[in-house]
Design a protein. Structure first.
Length: 340
């Protein structure tokens, strides 16, 4: 096996990032930019066990044109690059598979912008993958291939990628569960340190991931119903297992979304209860201060005929009257509160 490690960020004018020639026994030969065209021309002449995996960067404007001129990719592959919907799907086109797979970027931090798409064309002898941003699952697959993982066919390479994708997604769900657990513990302890907006942002990311990736099990199921004749039974079984694993991850994600929704409602109820308590306190203070403000306003008018204006004890009479009214109001409020 070659010891050369192609870098995710080393690209050429063709947009070529890395390539491998695999023999199905764990032996790997690195394909670089200098022998890329030769590898494309000679791959049909190799033994039946050998197959080629080439990975390209679509963020370079010349990549799509180079692929169109130098590979036998079907037109549906190039149409998929520009189609509006990025939902995960796998389609059978003649003797090839066209797959659209969604993945997260390196250093994913629960930001919806950190989700991007990988396009693949899979035939019995060659896999061509292309993306616009470096993705986590495909990089894990590269590490597995470069470290000698025994991958015997192009379809097994695809299922390996799908398993890596499910593992990455499960890691995201575990991280999200840890965040939600901490928020729930704080709520149970009476510490409202988290805003509903934080949970809302987390829920939006999970909803987007689920919306993009939920069609994947159904797409794999359709492939299993009418697979191309060149896919062996062992690979079909691997696809079936990947579909089941991915379905389980999506179920966990849906449960987590429902849990976040309930926490949002609980936080909203707690905030509403606190706001109601504050409003009630403010109302009591306003009611208690009303007699004083009313009397002060009336007696502050500079007009004739103000009662007790000439009485030396008039001030204390008014104070006693206000004290009696305020005490009565407090008693009525406390009695109403105890009755409720």
């Amino acid at each position: 096996m070659s010891t050369e490690q192609p870098s995710e960020f080393q690209t050429t004018q063709s947009g070529f990032v890395w390539g491998y020639l695999l023999d199905g026994a764990g032996n790997t030969q690195v394909v670089n930019a200098s022998n890329l065209k030769a590898a494309l021309q000679t791959i049909p002449e190799n033994s039946n066990r050998n197959f080629l995996w080439l990975h390209f960067n679509l963020s370079q404007a010349s990549t799509e044109r180079w692929l169109s001129e130098n590979t036998a990719l079907p037109p549906e592959f190039f149409e998929a690059l520009h189609i509006g919907s990025r939902s995960t799907r796998v389609e059978v086109i003649d003797d090839s598979l066209i797959a659209v797979v969604n993945d997260v970027l390196h250093g994913f931090s629960f930001d919806p912008s950190e989700i991007s798409t990988l396009w693949l064309s899979v035939t019995p002898r060659i896999v061509i993958s292309a993306r616009r941003k470096p993705l986590k699952s495909v990089d894990r697959l590269r590490h597995a291939v470069s470290n000698g993982a025994k991958i015997t066919s192009t379809v097994e390479l695809l299922t390996h990628l799908l398993r890596d994708q499910a593992d990455v997604l499960m890691g995201i769900v575990r991280d999200a569960v840890a965040k939600v657990d901490k928020i729930e513990d704080d709520l149970l302890a009476g510490r409202l340190n988290h805003k509903r907006e934080n949970l809302g942002a987390l829920r939006r990311v999970l909803v987007r991931l689920q919306r993009l990736m939920a069609p994947e099990p159904a797409a794999l199921f359709r492939l299993l119903q009418r697979p191309p004749v060149w896919i062996p039974e062992d690979d079909l079984q691997d696809i079936r297992q990947s579909s089941e694993e991915f379905s389980a991850v999506l179920i966990d994600m849906a449960s987590l979304q429902e849990r976040i929704k309930l926490l949002q409602e609980e936080i909203a109820a707690m905030i509403s209860e606190k706001s109601s308590g504050s409003l009630f306190t403010l109302t009591i203070v306003t009611v208690l201060a009303l007699p004083i403000n009313l009397v002060a306003g009336l007696f502050g008018m500079n007009v004739g005929g103000i009662p007790l204006a000439a009485d030396e004890s008039g001030f204390w009479v008014i104070v006693c009257v206000l004290a009696a009214i305020t005490t009565t109001a407090i008693w009525l409020i406390l009695r109403r509160g105890s009755d409720s």
